[in-house]
Design a protein around this ligand. Structure first.
Ligand code: AMP
Length: 282
């Protein structure tokens, strides 16, 4: 397994692979790897001859006062996991190698960033789009895999890839959960014991929406009220950042939870801000 930190070096290597016809699959991450990341790496192995894992805590997708400095990091452990899974190339650049002092070019997909995390973290997706485009240009992958855990991110990257004719096939992978339903996240490491005990109710609240919608309740306000009450009882340590019902492609709020609807939540739980979602068909 090659470990590369220099952007020019990875670009030279990946240019060679691309032009000699070797298929590659890129899995961009911020590291502190868990089984959600592993599932993407395994899917990448099934997709392409070579797997590239990028590990980069991208400063431009963090807003002021967010957890950039505190974000969990364990590079040596990540390297071990990458090796076990059979990654071919790890790309782990330093922030200053990715962003020169004069960096001034940004990519945005504002239509899809109006709701959910785009609303509560106004510059987040600009940072995500910019770094993902840079990673695509450096790694020149045939495929790039992203988790449905960050549903809005996946929708935005698919749109960016389409709109800018990027020569990469973007694919989504299902959310990996703990046995009790909590979606795996590097940020789960922030949770105290009591927060961790309540955290599975985030997903249980989304399942409650699914059940109520299937039983004929289609009004977003009523559904929201029911989940808020559920969380007040079972998740008193949590503070809702947003709970929204959106069209899964356009990421626009729906008037009725009917047909395919994405229920998406961001919840503050102690130091963590956790996101989760569920695609419901009713
Ligand atoms: P992150 O390191 O949190 O930026 O995540 C890197 C990639 O892993 C993104 O495409 C995420 O959507 C994906 N991911 C994170 N958590 C999960 C999970 N629990 N299940 C599936 N994919 C995930």
């Amino acid at each position: 397994m090659k470990i590369i930190s220099d952007p020019q070096e990875i670009q030279a290597l990946c240019r060679g692979l691309r032009f000699s016809g070797v298929t590659t699959a890129l899995v961009p991450t911020m590291g502190f790897l868990h089984d959600g990341h592993k599932s993407l790496l395994l899917a990448a192995k099934n997709r392409a001859e070579k797997v590239i894992l990028s590990i980069f805590v991208n400063p431009t997708q963090f807003g002021p006062g967010e957890d950039l400095e505190a974000y969990p990091r364990d590079f040596n452990r990540d390297v071990k996991i990458a090796e076990e899974v059979g990654v071919d190339i790890v790309f782990a650049p330093k922030p200053e190698a990715m962003y020169g002092p004069d960096h001034a070019t940004w990519v945005e997909a504002p239509e899809l960033a109006k709701e959910l995390c785009g609303a509560s973290r106004p510059t987040h997706f600009r940072g995500v789009c910019t770094v993902v485009l840079k990673l695509f240009n450096l790694c020149m992958p045939t495929f790039a895999l992203f988790g449905e855990k960050d549903w809005q991110q996946l929708a935005i990257i698919k749109a960016m890839t389409r709109d800018l004719n990027l020569p990469v096939q973007v694919e989504g992978c299902p959310i990996v959960r703990e046995p009790d339903g909590l979606a795996l996240s590097s940020r789960n490491s922030y949770l105290t014991q009591s927060e961790r005990q309540q955290a599975p109710h985030i997903f249980k609240g989304l399942k409650l929406v699914q059940k109520l919608a299937r039983n004929g309740e289609h009004d977003p306000r009523q559904l929201k009220k029911a989940v808020e009450e559920y969380w007040q009882e079972h998740l008193p340590l949590g503070e809702i950042d947003y709970l929204e019902f959106v069209n899964p492609v356009k990421i626009e709020r729906v008037d009725a939870v009917q047909g395919e609807t994405l229920v998406a939540v961001a919840m503050r739980l102690g130091k963590a801000r956790l996101i989760d979602n569920l695609l419901i068909r009713s």
